[in-house]
Design a protein around this ligand. Structure first.
Ligand code: ADQ
Length: 734
């Protein structure tokens, strides 16, 4: 791997701490991510960019020296976030808006506009820091939900950069995701990446269906076509670095001491272990309540088991977390108060972080590891426990709502919301026979060891490299990003110009209802200015009726109007004429009943009747269902219309039945006949009918495709705004 890896995540593997004495010290964390990234960073001479965790207000020389050390010795570049940005970003939008919704806790959602602004601002600060460190050829790997806007920001700042994104938490269902304020911006923020990777295939699918529902962007299982390139999609479950757990077990003295002390203490009792950050997604109260059921007299388990619950405090400044802490304190108190005896405490509760040596000793000790999140992207605790069970002596009880469940079929799966069933499964784990226990654990152990975090990191980088080289190949051919100045220069040089413009989706957004979509004043001004230039022939082609076109554009002198996709034409200064006539009178009566049948089947859809065409609109319907029916409708109509002059075509959220001869190529040829020897040909459009035109125009033509999707156009404009800006530039050019 010749290229350098640039890792970007909210936090660095290093934390800046101010001691009581006022000195700045560095704390190193040895999380799974750090152990995965470090070898890759070493191998590629890469760097890590993240937040220092601090505001940088106390900008002393000593502090700066510590951070310079990080950069020099650890290749870690720390970003400072101003206090208000940090809290609005971290405690605000990231952890009180995104975190709950992505984990299906919609009722915990808190939102305010300030938090959102801070989130945008923080992403911008990250972007600036990456741009500052960036060297051409680098591979940028962005991590997690705090940085959802970063890929697109980076793409705009560094158009040729290789950008990958990994989401560590679940992607929620498309029923839940749209609950989020600023959902469109979030999805657009991701669109700058070359690769988007998720923990599970399920999350990937949910992302795709949210993308369709929220932005109307269609995708395939492995990629999303966007404006002249494709974003690759992958499901890459994260793993752990098994040696970080097995090594201390094999060699470390402290670990061995802890283990033998505790093994002696708990002789004769089964140890149930739970290790979580104290987060409401982790199901700690649910576990405690299920455990209380397990201790009821009829199970006979009283005094025979002990639950060691380790809960690391996190996000303590947020109310919900404080409430959770009180709830857990109370439950632990109740259970111990109700069941304890002078020589037995049913729950050992540790509400702080513990050392690796202690954690590993506990993993080895535990007969059962009880992993019960209500929702979790992956869950590494389940994998760490399994890594420590090379001897097969342990049972993993695992929530089916952890991403890990997709890979760990040999665990005993629970629905943590069902406390009765959970207690029964744990009881079964306690009595499982030796053979079954070992068989299950060995299968799990083999997989956790093989699918480790190093393999995960490599798979991500291989996929990212492939995605980026596919984009580079694509960029070498066509289309290119819109180059306004280049087009402007050619326009200024030319003497006879022909511009053919699509309307909806190109100059104005596609409207939900056909009666909407009137042009704003700015569009009228641009069209009038272009059409009034004696060197120009400007044609506007729309699917609209002649009456709409007249009402909206009738006053603009010199403009060619085509209504109903070119079935009707109005030359400058004359009146409407049909391109062909007569057309068979009965065609609508045979097509209409079929469309009506589809309206009945698809709530929210409706038929629009025009003079020359019939249109089935399904923009307001459930997108996946409607897309499926649209395909069915088209194939049905194709068979029916095969021998006629009519065709059924799919457009953005529509199926349209119209005459074959009503098309942009014919429209173009008509204008061209009037503007012979044009030395500047220009076309802009966003849909399939525009593609036919782009293909038929000569290579010298300036063809512009608007928005996402693959295209034959020479240029891609990201959105309607940029087309308007370009046309305004031309309209004002000398
Ligand atoms: P987390 O929500 O933090 O991670 P998890 O995957 O379980 O959840 O990782 C927690 C880590 O913290 C584990 O490595 C564990 O050993 C450690 N830990 C927990 N309690 C501890 C304690 N008391 N003392 C010391 N260490 C403790 C997010 C997502 C997950 C996803 C990971 C990685 O929410 O779903 O698996 O990222 O992608």
């Amino acid at each position: 791997m010749g290229t350098r890896l640039v890792v970007v995540s909210t936090r660095l593997p290093l934390t800046l701490q101010k001691t009581e004495a006022g000195r700045w010290v560095t704390e190193k964390s040895s999380g799974g991510l750090a152990s995965a990234m470090n070898p890759l960073l070493r191998k590629t001479g890469g760097i890590w960019i993240g937040w220092s965790g601090d505001t940088g207000e106390d900008d002393t020389e000593e502090r700066r020296a510590v951070l310079q050390d990080w950069a020099r010795k650890e290749h870690s570049f720390a970003i400072d976030l101003p206090a208000d940005v940090a809290s609005g970003f971290y405690e605000g939008y990231a952890n009180q808006t995104l975190w709950p919704v992505f984990h299906y806790f919609v009722s915990h959602l808190r939102f305010d506009a300030k938090g959102w602004e801070a989130y945008v601002q923080a992403n911008r600060i990250f972007c600036g820091a990456v741009v500052e460190q960036y060297q051409p050829g680098d591979m940028i790997w962005v991590h997690d939900y705090q940085l959802l806007l970063l890929p697109q920001m980076l793409r705009e700042a560094l158009p040729d950069a290789t950008i990958g994104f990994f989401l560590h938490i679940p992607f929620p269902s498309s029923e839940v995701f749209p609950v989020l304020p600023r959902r469109e911006e979030l999805l657009r923020g991701l669109m700058g990446a070359d690769l988007l990777a998720f923990q599970t295939y399920g999350h990937l699918q949910q992302f795709r269906s949210s993308l369709l529902r929220v932005l109307g962007i269609e995708s395939r299982v492995a990629e999303i076509p966007v404006g002249g390139r494709a974003i690759r999609l992958e499901a890459l479950p994260i793993g752990i670095a098994p040696e970080e757990y097995t090594e201390p077990l094999a060699r470390d003295q402290t670990t061995a001491r802890y283990y033998s002390e505790w093994a002696a203490r708990y002789t004769g009792r089964k140890v149930l272990l739970a290790v979580d950050r104290l987060d409401y997604t982790k199901g700690v109260p649910e576990r405690l309540r299920a455990y209380a059921r397990l201790l009821r007299p009829e199970t006979g388990l009283k005094e025979k088991v002990v639950l060691i619950q380790i809960a690391v405090p996190t996000r303590e400044r947020i109310d919900t977390y404080q409430d959770l802490r009180s709830e857990v304190n109370q439950l632990v108190g109740e259970i111990n108060g109700q069941f304890a005896t002078p020589d037995w405490t049913p729950v050992v509760y540790i509400n702080r972080s513990i050392e690796r040596e202690e954690l590993v000793a506990l993993y080895k000790l535990a007969d059962i590891c009880w992993v019960g999140p209500l929702r979790d992207g992956m869950n590494l605790v389940s994998k760490e426990y399994v890594a420590c069970k090379g001897d097969g002596e342990g049972v993993l009880v695992l929530s089916e709502f952890a991403g890990a469940a997709a890979e760990m079929g040999e665990a005993l799966l629970i629905n943590p919301f069902d406390e009765e069933q959970t207690a029964a499964v744990v009881a079964r784990a306690l009595t499982m026979d030796d053979q079954e226990r070992r068989d299950r654990m060995r299968a799990l152990h083999g997989r956790v060891t093989r699918n480790n975090v190093f393999r995960w990191g490599n798979r991500f980088l291989v996929a990212l490299e492939e995605a980026a080289s596919a984009r580079a190949r694509y960029a070498d051919t066509r289309p290119r990003r819109l180059r306004m100045e280049e087009i402007q220069e050619a326009y200024v040089r030319a003497n006879r110009r022909l511009l053919i413009l699509d309307y909806e989706g190109t100059l104005v957004p596609v409207a939900d209802l056909p009666q909407e979509a009137a042009p704003p004043a700015v569009v009228l001004r641009i069209l009038a200015a272009l059409a009034s230039n004696p060197k120009n022939s400007v044609a506007l082609v729309s699917g609209r009726r002649d009456s709409d076109m007249d009402r909206w554009f009738g006053n603009i002198e010199g403009l060619w109007l085509f209504a109903e996709h070119g079935a009707e034409l109005k030359r400058p200064g004359s009146s409407w004429e049909a391109l062909r006539s007569p057309i068979p009178a009965d065609w609508k009566s045979s097509v209409m009943p079929i469309l009506e049948h589809f309206v009945d089947r698809t709530p929210g859809s409706f038929v629009e009747e025009r003079k020359y065409s019939l249109v089935w609109h399904h923009r307001l319907s459930e997108p996946e269902f409607a897309a499926w029916l649209a395909n069915e409708l088209v194939s049905m109509l194709e068979a029916m219309l095969a021998e006629t002059d009519f065709r059924a075509v799919r457009g953005p959220n529509i199926v349209e039945v119209k005459p074959v001869w009503a098309n942009k190529v014919e429209a173009f040829q008509l204008v061209q006949a009037a503007q012979a020897q044009a030395d500047f040909l220009f076309a802009a459009g966003d849909d399939r009918t525009d593609e036919d035109l782009f293909e038929r125009m000569p290579d010298s033509a300036w063809t512009v495709h608007v928005g996402p999707g693959s295209t034959r156009a020479a240029f891609v404009a990201p959105d309607i705004g940029s087309v308007r800006r370009l046309l305004a530039l031309l309209a004002n050019a000398a």
